[in-house]
Design a protein around this ligand. Sequence first.
Ligand SMILES: NC(=O)c1ccc[n+]([C@@H]2O[C@H](COP(=O)([O-])OP(=O)(O)OC[C@H]3O[C@@H](n4cnc5c(N)ncnc54)[C@H](O)[C@@H]3O)[C@@H](O)[C@H]2O)c1
Length: 321
Amino acid sequence: MNSVSPNLVSLATTKRIAVTGGAGFIGSHTVDRLLAAGVQVLVIDDWSHPSPEPAATETLRVDCGSDEAAEALARFKPNAVLHLASKGGVQVAARDPAGHARRSLASTIALYDAAIKAGAKRLVSASSGGTIYGDSQKLPARETARAAPLSAYGAAKRSEEVYLAALGKRHGVSTLALRYGNVYGPRQDGTGEAGVVAITCHRLLDGGSPRIFGDGMQTRDFTFVGDVADANVAALNSRRSGEANVGTGRETSVADVVAMLIGHSGRETPIEMAPAKEFEVRRVCLDPQRAARWLHWRPKVDIAEGLGTTFEWFAAQKGRP
Ligand SMILES: NC(=O)c1ccc[n+]([C@@H]2O[C@H](COP(=O)([O-])OP(=O)(O)OC[C@H]3O[C@@H](n4cnc5c(N)ncnc54)[C@H](O)[C@@H]3O)[C@@H](O)[C@H]2O)c1
């Protein structure tokens, strides 16, 4: 994976960073980069999504919106907070929108409040470019396009952005919501509902057939996790406020991703076709120009390279050559 040395070097001035969801897929890659830069990292994660213990200066196993988390932040006094903790995706939130708001949105607001009270001067929060824009008329979608989520998950992410900006303005804290594309790469476990890349790698390596929901022509902006971790670091290092896409500006169909992974597996296999999932948007493609201007960030790993790296990582995990 490529490094982001200029950002890492200047992060030395931002010595203490708290990362919620730091044990998770995107969080663990980001924490690795922060630690490599000599930053003191407090990870707050409730391990609701099982993952290995991350390397961190300090870890706390609690809900990020809890009193314990607020007390830990007050003690740790982070210069900046990266909020990645979130439960459930589009389908989970659709089944129980109120429960999703209680579990994810309420915890997020409490976390923003606690971070500001602890004196953090920078808040960066994970949002979702794949759901915020709804069925966007113009692709690649820009941040200036109207947010029109079609799902409870997207609505909650948009609400988080609105709270983040409001609380930041009120308290003089700079805030940035990062609207990620469809993030994939090593360490994604594929146990959640999303993650077609991880799930397909598992199925192929376990001798099963890949499964596609719908006709496979739905597109996503597949963004490699190493690039997303770089964007997180760059965002922590910046003072820009607002929203920025973290995507590639390229759309790839799910059918093409599955075909590329079958190619990496060297297998000949039929594909199982399953009914399309509800509440999913048809096409996603995120314009990354604002992130380039604001954060000097550009994705470095294209889809062919990223899928190859990811497939090899899963193969190695399963002890395959
Ligand atoms: N992976 C993607 O494609 C993608 C796309 C868009 C946005 N996002 C967002 O990025 C963030 C990170 O996603 P990820 O893919 O790394 O997911 P993940 O499930 O691997 O990581 C999330 C982590 O947060 C923890 N967590 C959940 N709720 C918590 C809470 N209330 N308090 C403390 N910890 C809690 C989980 O245990 C997990 O370790 C999430 O906000 C997610 O919505 C991810």
